[in-house]
Design a binder for this molecule. Structure first.
Ligand code: SRM
Ligand code: SF4
Length: 585
């Protein structure tokens, strides 16, 4: 039974309010036109704040100024976070320049590389939204479906210029993105000035009365869209830079004799949970089968349709596909997928991952050209006072160099396609703008989510705090003789998991201002969740807890043993069980 049949007779009050909103939004139009024109407020209408997400932007307010403005009886300082759809994360140097211009003209003067291989802008005022989207549109970039209950930016192992396989997988990320893109023209009409073609939803008598066989305006999603966000990742072993098991759908490339044979397909991953609610939990995806490269977009679509039809539309905390997989069971979910495909999936194949970090520094691609993986602390491309001049430096590289720039899911950037003769020029620019500092492997492998001041859900600092905590942890590592060792550290300002902290060897998850839950024991290649070790602790306790463990690791580890494996072996923390048992001590 599909979603239209399933929901036709369900009373609205049994569904989450967002469900009604989607259906009645006239395919994501809502009253956005009117809201954008209203200059009396920096906000859009309450209901439209849900719809803007489907178009790639979020209403936020500056939380640093919230109290002060409240005292002054001013409305919060509203602005928008704008997120690009950039499957596979690659931009041309010309696009980079436009995206950089837009950061000055319409946003807060920074670009933020996200954990899903794209850019976010912060601080975009309502009156600048249209101009912002129109400018990037001229550079062939959009923000469609970057947020909202739809398929999100499709991510893949970084750098299509590295090898033939990387290029093929990158192209597939585009094909999957295109296939799962909403078809509504709302974005083009509201933001790009396209004329609306008469007919369609407005003329239907009842908003809930969808055509029996398919929906012309949204053939895949229908007016119900998905119960929740939906995420697809593609990885090329042995690198698991995308954290393949953290997503609703994962495709693991199977390469034999230098040729891409197909993909092992995994389903049901996700990170988000809520503190103190054991019914919510991070989950790693499971393999359900194997498909050819040609079939991958159809397989992604079939999986999405099963989630569309079976996902929970009553409780948004239980609406991600990982819960549908848990509730239906892997086999029943798979059977539904195969029914959509009209044939069974082949059996899953073996794979092996050995890391989930990025390749940083210089490396050579198959065609002999060079690529430079540049570390960007927490993905913030800015000119830091007394620090790296990343924005100016990367801008200049984009002006002088004709190779593409590729964003990674570890929030870094790769300067690609550098000929031997150009390497000196690039190095001189990296030097001039102090873009490469002597960072430790600990820092280079650390990630933090955005959190304060823009994220409305943050309970504690993350991006603004992690660098100073790393300073202190670096000192502990140095003193223990581990200055050259990598431990994967990740921090988020709340349990939603935007920097995938439950896969870190050391994970910090914000609980309250200055206080974090400490998780230990994630796998070095993103294959194992970590486990809660200490709850609600401040910096002094974090350091007091970690210092002896790091010292012990230095003294007692086996050759090549990662920190996450070590803490499990010595019994400091138990191995994580899947699903609900994630919360059990
Ligand atoms: Fe996220 C919500 C930032 C990757 C799980 N995420 C948010 C919002 C939009 C807050 C909000 O809803 O008001 C954050 C905006 C902060 C800001 O001011 O910019 C936000 N998420 C981010 C980014 C920018 C973090 C970063 O530092 O890079 C990442 C943008 C990705 C992108 O380009 O699309 C980001 N978010 C993730 C990931 C990682 C991933 O996808 O690989 C996750 C965990 C994986 C997953 O989805 O399970 C993630 N974000 C969430 C959740 C929890 C979802 C859940 O299932 O419970 C929320 C809250 C929600 O959806 O209700 C959320
Ligand atoms: Fe915000 Fe929480 Fe995501 Fe961090 S993890 S960006 S605090 S929603």
């Amino acid at each position: 039974m599909d979603i239209i049949a399933r929901l036709r007779d369900v009373p609205w009050d049994e569904l989450h309010p967002n469900e009604r909103l989607k259906v009645e939004s006239d395919y994501l139009r809502g009253t956005l036109e009117e809201g954008l024109a209203d200059r009396a407020t920096g906000a859009v209408a309450e209901a439209d704040t849900q719809l803007t997400k489907f178009h790639g932007f979020y209403q936020q307010d500056d939380r640093d100024l919230r109290e002060e403005r409240r005292h002054q009886k001013l409305e919060p300082l509203y602005s928008f976070m704008v997120r690009l759809r950039l499957p596979g994360g690659m931009v041309t140097p010309e696009q980079w320049q436009t995206l950089d211009d837009v950061a000055t003209r319409y946003a807060n003067g920074t670009l933020r590389i996200t954990t899903r291989q794209t850019f976010q802008y912060h601080g975009v005022l309502k009156e600048n939204l249209r101009a912002h989207l129109q400018t990037i549109h001229q550079a062939m970039v959009d923000t469609i479906a970057a947020c909202g209950d739809v398929n999100r930016n499709v991510i893949c192992t970084a750098n299509p210029h590295r090898s033939k396989i990387h290029r093929q997988v990158y192209e597939l990320s585009h094909q999957i993105s295109a296939r799962l893109l909403p078809r509504s023209r709302a974005y083009h009409e509201i933001f790009l000035g396209e004329e609306r073609i008469a007919g369609g939803a407005q003329e239907r008598e009842s908003e809930r009365e969808a055509p029996a066989s398919g929906d012309e305006q949204e053939p895949l999603y229908t007016r119900h869209y998905l119960p929740r966000k939906f995420k697809v990742a593609l990885a090329i072993p042995p690198e698991n830079d995308v954290d393949l098991f953290a997503h609703d759908v994962g495709f693991i490339a199977d390469v034999q004799d230098g040729e891409l044979q197909g993909f092992t397909v995994c389903i049901g991953g996700g990170m988000g949970m809520t503190h103190g609610e054991p019914a919510t939990f991070p989950r790693l995806s499971d393999p359900i089968g194997y498909c050819t490269p040609e079939a991958a977009p159809a397989v992604a679509e079939a999986i999405m349709l099963v989630q569309r039809d079976h996902g929970d539309r009553r409780d948004r905390k239980h609406a991600r596909m990982k819960y549908t997989v848990e509730d239906l069971g892997l086999d029943a979910f798979k059977a539904e997928v195969e029914q959509h495909l009209g044939e069974p999936l082949a059996p899953a194949r073996e794979y092996h991952f050995d890391s989930n970090g990025d390749r940083l520094g210089w490396y050579q691609g198959d065609d002999g050209r060079w690529h430079y993986g540049l570390f960007v602390q927490n993905g913030r491309v800015a000119d830091f006072p007394d620090g790296p001049q990343l924005r100016t430096g990367l801008r200049e590289i984009a002006e002088q160099h004709d190779g593409d720039l590729v964003l990674t899911t570890n929030q870094n950037v790769i300067i690609t396609q550098v000929d031997e003769a150009q390497r000196e020029t690039i190095e001189a620019l990296l030097d001039r703008y102090r873009m490469v500092s002597q960072t430790s492997p600990l820092r280079r492998n650390a990630m933090a989510c955005v959190a304060l001041p823009t994220c409305g859900l943050a309970m504690a600092e993350s991006e603004r705090y992690l660098p100073s905590l790393i300073d202190k942890l670096e000192a502990v590592m140095r003193e223990a003789g581990l200055a050259d060792d990598a431990i994967i550290v990740r921090m988020t300002g709340c349990p939603n998991g935007c920097a995938r902290p439950y896969l870190a060897e050391i994970g910090f998850v914000g609980k309250a201002p200055g206080h974090y839950n400490l998780y230990l024991g994630g796998g070095f290649s993103g294959q194992r969740l970590n486990k809660l070790y200490r709850e609600n602790i401040n910096e002094a306790t974090i350091l007091a807890e970690l210092t002896p463990l790091i010292r012990r690791y230095a003294a007692e580890r086996e050759a090549g043993e990662p920190f996450g494996d070590f803490v499990i072996r010595i019994g400091v923390i138990g191995e994580t069980k899947a699903g609900r048992e994630f919360h059990a001590q």
